[in-house]
Design a protein. Structure first.
Length: 223
């Protein structure tokens, strides 16, 4: 049985201003969910959205409020006996709130894994690889600064995949910024995230130019 569900807001300053198409971030607020059971197990989950409500319909503060006000009383009252039953219950009574539901599900899976002495990956079908490369986001908005930061990551052997945040400038300016970075990092994989800043016509133009310049992936060009 679930004994308690607690949510924590953890504000963490970014290492530099993080410039998105929709906002500029200097701080990231993490939402951590801590669930304890009557038989002594505990699990942790995370729900994090960026840029407040300018990015998505859920913000860290709304996630905490909704978990505390709606999710927790429902789960404590009904006491679902598995993660699957808990998620079925939440989906039946609560619309949307995908980030909040994800945090609850992760914490419950964490508990199930500990109870069975298995990694969570085994609970959801098993892992297919032992390691995966992680991308580093370049979002200072300044070409020279981004190149310098990327080269530092390469020298430290930390990253060779980079995601660039674009969309706040005219397409020709953003494309020139991306291609200059690609030219400076020819052996690296370059992807971009537009954060839904383009219209469909702008997306057709921007995608064509970026593909011709060797960009590997273009994320969220339109809403």
């Amino acid at each position: 049985m679930i004994r308690s569900i607690n949510t924590l807001l953890v504000p963490i300053p970014t290492i530099r201003a993080h410039k998105l198409a929709c906002t500029v971030m200097n701080e990231q607020v993490l939402v951590l969910v801590h669930i304890q059971t009557e038989d002594g197990y505990e699990g942790w989950g995370e729900a994090t959205t960026i840029g407040g409500l300018s990015y998505a319909e859920e913000s860290p503060h709304s996630i905490k409020t909704n978990i505390d006000t709606y999710f927790t009383p429902l789960l404590l009252k009904e006491q679902p006996t598995s993660t699957a039953k808990a998620m079925q219950l939440l989906n039946l009574h609560i619309n949307g709130n995908r980030f909040a539901k994800c945090a609850i599900e992760t914490a419950l899976l964490d508990i199930e894994g500990k109870r069975l002495n298995l990694p969570v990956s085994e609970l959801i079908g098993g892992r297919v690889r032992d390691r995966i490369e992680v991308a580093w986001t370049l979002a200072s908005g300044n070409t020279a600064t981004d190149i310098k930061e990327a080269k530092r990551m390469i020298e430290q052997k930390r990253h060779r995949i980079f995601k660039l945040k674009i969309g706040s400038n005219p397409i020709v300016v953003d494309v020139a910024h991306v291609l200059a970075i690609k030219k400076a990092l020819p052996d690296c994989r370059i992807t971009v995230d537009v954060n839904q800043a383009w219209t469909e016509l702008e997306a057709m133009q921007g995608i064509s130019l970026l593909q011709a310049g060797g960009v590997d992936l273009i994320e969220q060009p339109v809403s």
